[in-house]
Design a protein around this ligand. Structure first.
Ligand SMILES: [Zn+2]
Length: 470
C-alpha cells in the first residue's frame, strides 16, 4: 500500500499544477454537498448557514491561512462548534468570548464595530480592497450596459432601499439610472480610501460604503447581468459581475447580524467549543514538492519525456508556468480543512447512535469564512453517500487548493470503515481532471481544444467527476 505521505505529495503537486493552470471545476457547484435553496423545507438549513457564515466572518482575522468553519451541535443543548486550519490558541477563545459578549450587548451591527476593528481589521480591509478592485474594473462596462438596459420603477429595481433613498435624496427622488450611477460612485470613492479603525470617522465611512453596497448588491440590473445566459464577451462580463456581487456581499456580511443578535439574546449563554482534536494518520505536514512542473505533467500523462511539440504547446498557453513554479516555496504545509474537521468531530458521535433511515436525515449545515474548495466538496459528497449524512456548505469556488490534506485514517468511524475510498477517490478525481486538462492543452493535432475563459473545464468533458474518479 502506498504511504499516505507519498499520495499526499503527489496530490499537492497536482493541485498546485491545476492552480497554476487556473483550473476551476464548474460542475462541482451542483454537487449535493453545496447547499441550494429549493423549497420551504430548506429554510432552517438556509437560516442556520447564514448565521454560521456571519459568525465565521467575525471570527476570521484575515491573517494568511486563517479560515474558520462553524456548525451547530444540536444533539442536546445547542452548542456552537468551531474549527480552523491553523493551530487553535488562547487568542481564539478570548476572541470568541468577546464576540459573544458583544452580541449579547448589541442592538445593531454598529454596536459590534469595536470588536470588528479589534479582531477583523485585516480581513475587512482586504474585503473592501477587493471590492474596490472589482467595481473600479467594471465601472465603464456597467455604465455602458446600463444604457442598453430597460429600467422599470425604482422600487422594483432597487428592492429594500427606500429608507436609504429617503435619507440620500430628501427633496427629489432620483431616477433609477441616476441612483445606479450614484451608488457606483459612492462604492468607488468610499472603498478607495477606507481603512478600518476603531473611531467614529471610520465607522461613518463604513456606513456610507455599506449603504451603497447593500443597495447595489440587491439591484435588478446586476441580477439581470448574472442571470442571463451569455456567450463570448458577455459571458466574461457575467463572470466579472458575479465576482463583484460576491465582493459586495462580503463587505455587507458584517452588517447582517440581526438574526444572530436575536439568537444570542434568546440563548445568552450559548456554549461554544473549538475543535482541537489531534488527528492521526492524515496527510498533514510540510511536504517538499518537485523542482519542475514538467515532472508532474509527465507523470500525469504517463509519458517520459514529453515530446518537444507537446512541451511547446503547453508553454504556448502558459509561458510563465516554469518560472512561477520555481519562484514559489519548495515546501507546502498541508492542513485538514476546517469544514472536514467539523465533520470528523461531529459525525463520529452522530453515527455511533441510532441513525434515521435515508430520506429522514437532517442536513448538517457548515458555515465557512471562505467558499469551500474542490477537494472538500468531493470528499464531503463521498462521505455523505457512504455514511448516510447530509453535510452541506454554503458554496464552493470549484478551485483546487494545494494545502488540502488527506484526512486519511482520521476519517475512520462507525459505519465508515472504508475511509480509504474517500481519499483514493479524491486523489484519482484530481489526477483525472489534470490528465484531461493537460491532454487538451498538449494536443498537437490540427485544431486546438477550447479552454474556457476562466481556465474552467474544456467543453465535451465528462460532467460526472464522481463517477469518473471512482
Ligand atoms: Zn477545502
Amino acid at each position: 500500500m502506498v504511504d499516505i505521505s507519498q499520495s499526499q505529495t503527489r496530490l499537492s503537486e497536482e493541485l498546485l499544477l491545476l492552480q497554476e493552470l487556473g483550473f476551476s471545476d464548474i460542475y462541482v457547484h451542483d454537487f449535493p454537498a453545496v447547499f441550494r435553496y429549493r423549497n420551504s423545507g430548506d429554510s432552517d438549513t438556509d437560516s442556520d448557514l447564514r448565521l454560521l457564515e456571519v459568525i465565521t466572518a467575525y471570527l476570521t482575522t484575515g491573517n494568511p491561512g486563517d479560515v474558520v468553519a462553524a456548525a451547530f451541535d444540536k444533539r442536546e443543548q445547542i452548542c456552537l462548534v468551531l474549527a480552523k486550519s491553523l493551530t487553535i490558541g488562547s487568542a481564539d477563545y478570548v476572541a470568541t468570548r468577546a464576540f459573544l459578549l458583544a452580541l449579547r450587548n448589541a442592538d445593531t451591527w454598529i454596536d459590534l464595530y469595536p470588536f470588528l476593528a479589534t479582531h477583523c481589521k485585516r480581513n475587512v480591509d482586504k474585503r473592501v480592497r477587493k471590492l474596490n478592485e472589482s467595481i473600479t474594473d467594471l465601472f465603464d462596462d456597467l455604465q455602458l450596459a446600463a444604457t442598453e438596459y430597460r429600467f422599470y420603477d425604482i422600487e422594483n429595481q432597487f428592492p429594500r432601499s427606500r429608507g436609504y433613498r429617503r435619507i440620500k435624496y430628501p427633496d427629489e427622488p432620483p431616477t433609477p439610472q441616476r441612483f445606479l450611477r450614484d451608488l457606483m460612485h459612492i462604492c468607488v470613492a468610499q472603498s478607495a480610501t477606507f481603512e478600518l479603525q476603531n473611531n467614529e470617522a471610520s465607522l461613518i465611512q463604513y456606513m456610507e460604503l455599506f449603504g451603497a453596497a447593500d443597495a447595489l448588491r440587491r439591484c435588478s440590473f446586476l441580477r439581470h447581468l448574472t442571470y442571463e445566459s451569455h456567450d463570448g464577451e458577455c459571458s466574461v462580463l457575467k463572470g466579472r459581475v458575479e465576482r463583484l456581487k460576491r465582493r459586495l456581499d462580503k463587505v455587507c456580511q458584517y452588517a447582517r447580524t440581526a438574526a444572530l443578535i436575536r439568537l444570542v439574546k434568546r440563548l445568552p449563554s450559548v456554549p461554544f467549543r473549538w475543535v482541537e482534536d489531534t488527528l492521526v494518520g492524515t496527510g498533514e505536514g510540510s511536504l517538499e514538492i518537485c523542482r519542475n512542473p514538467m515532472e508532474v505533467v509527465e507523470r500525469v500523462l504517463d509519458q517520459h519525456p514529453l515530446s518537444a511539440e507537446q512541451t511547446e504547446a503547453l508553454l504556448r498557453h502558459y509561458p510563465d508556468l516554469c518560472k512561477n513554479w520555481e519562484q514559489r516555496s519548495r515546501f507546502v504545509n498541508t492542513h485538514v480543512h476546517p469544514e472536514l474537521r467539523i465533520i470528523l468531530d461531529l459525525c463520529r458521535p452522530l453515527l455511533s447512535g441510532p441513525h434515521p433511515p435515508p430520506g429522514h436525515v437532517a442536513p448538517l449545515p457548515i458555515g465557512c469564512s471562505k467558499r469551500s474548495c474542490l477537494c472538500c466538496i468531493v470528499w464531503i459528497d463521498l462521505f455523505n453517500d457512504t455514511a448516510g449524512m447530509k453535510c452541506v456548505t454554503g458554496g464552493t469556488n470549484g478551485r483546487p487548493c494545494d494545502d488540502w490534506a488527506l484526512p486519511g485514517a482520521a476519517g475512520e468511524m462507525k459505519q465508515v470503515s472504508n475511509w480509504r475510498y474517500f481519499d483514493k477517490s479524491v486523489v484519482n478525481g484530481i489526477h483525472r481532471r489534470l490528465d484531461i486538462l493537460i491532454g487538451s492543452l498538449t494536443r498537437t493535432e490540427e485544431g486546438e481544444t477550447h479552454i474556457s475563459e476562466n481556465g474552467g473545464f474544456p467543453e465535451g468533458s465528462p460532467a460526472d467527476w464522481w463517477l469518473a474518479a471512482a
